[in-house]
Design a protein around this ligand. Structure first.
Ligand SMILES: Cc1cc2nc3c(=O)[nH]c(=O)nc-3n(C[C@H](O)[C@H](O)[C@H](O)COP(=O)(O)OP(=O)(O)OC[C@H]3O[C@@H](n4cnc5c(N)ncnc54)[C@H](O)[C@@H]3O)c2cc1C
Ligand SMILES: *[C@@H]1O[C@H](CO)[C@@H](O)[C@H](O)[C@H]1NC(C)=O
Ligand SMILES: *[C@@H]1O[C@H](CO)[C@@H](O)[C@H](O)[C@H]1NC(C)=O
Ligand SMILES: *[C@@H]1O[C@H](CO)[C@@H](O)[C@H](O)[C@H]1NC(C)=O
Length: 518
């Protein structure tokens, strides 16, 4: 466990100095003292909430028969769902903002770390795992979404999911959307506070580039909006990681226009079908092409269909276009003819259907599925990220394919940047990876074996690929995306964590923005 250092990474932010007390607290509370922690916490909460709220009914200790269900409901990575995964002393499930205020005040009073969880999708589980005694503030009940088409804005509570947000926008308008992630069960609280991006980032930027206001509970338990918190703190919660600055209750977002007809396509090429040449060319065009077009590249080691028994790389070009198929074909034929897109490859649909498509639902799936919080599948998984600023040569690509095939299971997503992303200054939000980046890499490996040997193998293969990629990716610092949490990156070769490693995290995720106030 390395989360302890996660909380130190923001030492240079002044508001952190207060919150650090809350996070680092007294780590000496022993598990044997759980009952007394519970009693003291409950007493404090009762004093700070309306007696009619019967606050004990939203508290879960390990003795409560529902504890395990509540805890597991928002665990999205099987690696943190084991009997040895550290468990919270208490889970609090607030129903009102006043419960959040009381939980913040009382966790601080008893000096126990408070972990905030919204959708629970953190790749390294830091919203519900710690190596010191902790309480989970579980926000899943706070999920109200109010869409106002007149002003093209919405207030979204942190515990809402992206799917619920897309659904509520769709209920009111077929020509509005919001630029955020493709996985509908991701929580607004973690997604927006960490940046948030999806298929419209080249047109409209990140989710945080479209945030107008917010409500947070600060370390003193006060509710603050943008005006009350001030522009420095408002800047920080748009990509700096919410949990470092307080509890996000809700964000006010700016809706964006989407056309009645959008178009998607997916074209797959293996190495035998000249994937190397086309991937090479993709690097030259994907960040410069029409901003309405987002072409994600998924690269996977697979078994060859043409060469029996051999392994190859499959490159899938998965696309989202804010326009109709005719215009898309003409954009592609002039900018990226190497892919050979034909109109018959294109599927026209509404924006909400395109979000279903991108979330891997079958054609014809009802939009209601966005209100379902059960994820499609759950696996053991590890993710890492990188940024690419220079085109990788064909020789480079070939050596990468060889390494991927040798390792066996780790995949890449290449997500093109450019467009709006290059227009927004690096200092506009804590998220710094703007102009100069061709694309972001997501590394992924998923598995479902329980065995810890397998675990070690998959973890080491993704780390090995990350190390292999060093010459091809950004340097000094080697950038990383906060929303793709990766506890590996702050650790030095000798496995040590300290304040200086906290700074390593900070520079990778935030570059110069990390030192904004230091
Ligand atoms: C299947 C899957 C698909 C994804 N796809 C995308 C994608 O397309 N685009 C993208 O940008 N990202 C994507 N992500 C990453 C995702 O955006 C982040 O993991 C995000 O932080 C998840 O938010 P959450 O609320 O679900 O997570 P949580 O685990 O609940 O929280 C994540 C972090 O935010 C903090 N936090 C949560 N709620 C609050 C709050 N209310 N106030 C303050 N701090 C809070 C937590 O303490 C933790 O540090 C994906 C993740 C998964 C698992
Ligand atoms: C966690 O384990 C429980 C069974 O103990 C299972 O029902 C649930 O699906 C698991 N979740 C994840 C993400 O592994
Ligand atoms: C691959 O490229 C070569 C040379 O440009 C060409 O002759 C061949 O037809 C291409 N193969 C495929 C499957 O597109
Ligand atoms: C979805 O299915 C319907 C009929 O089932 C069909 O008419 C339509 O073209 C399909 N759309 C896509 C994008 O495949």
């Amino acid at each position: 466990m390395k989360e302890a250092s996660m909380s130190t990474k923001y030492l240079s932010f002044p508001s952190m100095l207060l919150l650090l007390h809350l996070c680092l607290g007294l780590w000496s509370v022993s598990l044997a003292a759980t009952d007394s922690v519970y009693d003291t916490f409950l007493q404090c909460l009762s004093k700070n909430t309306n007696p009619a709220d019967q606050i004990s009914s939203i508290l879960y200790t390990p003795n409560n028969p529902s504890f395990t269900t509540v805890l597991q409901s928002y665990i999205r990575n099987c690696r943190y769902n084991t009997s040895t995964t550290p468990k919270p002393l208490i889970i609090v499930t607030p129903l009102h903002a006043s419960h959040v205020q009381a939980a913040v005040i009382c966790a601080k009073n008893i000096d126990v770390q408070l972990k905030i969880r919204s959708g629970g999708h953190d790749y390294d589980g830091i919203s519900y795992v710690s190596d010191v005694p902790f309480i989970i503030l579980d926000m899943f009940n706070l999920k109200t979404i109010t869409v106002d088409i007149q002003t093209e804005t919405a207030w979204v509570q942190a515990g809402a999911t992206l799917g619920e947000l897309y659904y509520r926008i769709w209920e009111k308008s077929r020509v509005h959307g919001f630029p955020a992630g493709v996985c509908p069960t991701v929580g607004v609280g973690g997604h927006l506070s960490g940046g948030g991006y999806g298929t419209m980032l080249r047109k409209y930027g990140l989710s945080v580039d479209n945030v107008l206001d917010a409500q947070i509970v600060d370390v003193k338990g006060q509710i603050l909006d943008r005006k009350a918190m001030g522009e420095d703190l408002f800047w920080a919660i748009r990509g700096g990681g919410g949990a470092s600055f307080g509890v996000i209750l809700s964000y006010k977002i700016k809706l964006v226009p989407v056309p009645k007809v959008v178009t998607v396509f997916r074209i797959e090429k293996t190495l035998e079908e000249n994937a190397t040449d086309i991937v090479y060319q993709w690097q030259n065009v994907a960040s410069k092409i029409d901003n309405d077009l987002f072409i994600r590249l998924l690269l996977q080691p697979v078994t060859s269909r043409t060469k029996k028994g051999e392994r190859t790389i499959r490159a899938s070009f998965i696309s989202h276009f804010l326009g109709d198929a005719d215009r898309l074909v003409s954009v592609m034929n002039s900018a990226f003819p190497e892919l050979g897109l034909k109109k018959s490859d294109c599927m026209e649909m509404s924006w909400i259907e395109s979000m279903l498509y991108w979330a891997n639902f079958d054609n014809g799936t009802s939009v209601e599925v966005f209100l379902d919080r059960t994820p499609n599948s759950m696996n053991f998984l590890k993710r890492k990220s990188d940024y690419v600023q220079n085109v990788i040569s064909k020789n480079g690509l070939e050596s990468i394919w060889k390494k991927m095939i040798e390792l066996g299971k780790t995949e890449f997503d290449f997500n093109p940047y450019g467009g709006k992303m290059s227009e927004i200054p690096e200092v506009e939000t804590p998220f710094p990876h703007r102009a100069g980046n061709l694309f972001k890499i997501q590394y992924s490996v998923d598995w479902n074996e329980e065995a810890s040997e397998a675990d070690k193998n998959y973890m080491s293969q993704i780390r090995s690929l990350y190390s292999f990629m060093t010459p091809y990716v950004s340097k000094l610092p080697r950038g990383a995306f906060l929303n793709y949490r990766d506890l590996d990156i702050g650790v030095t070769d000798n496995g040590k964590n300290s304040y200086s490693e906290g700074r390593i995290y900070g520079l990778k995720y935030f570059k110069g923005n990390y030192d904004r106030w230091s």
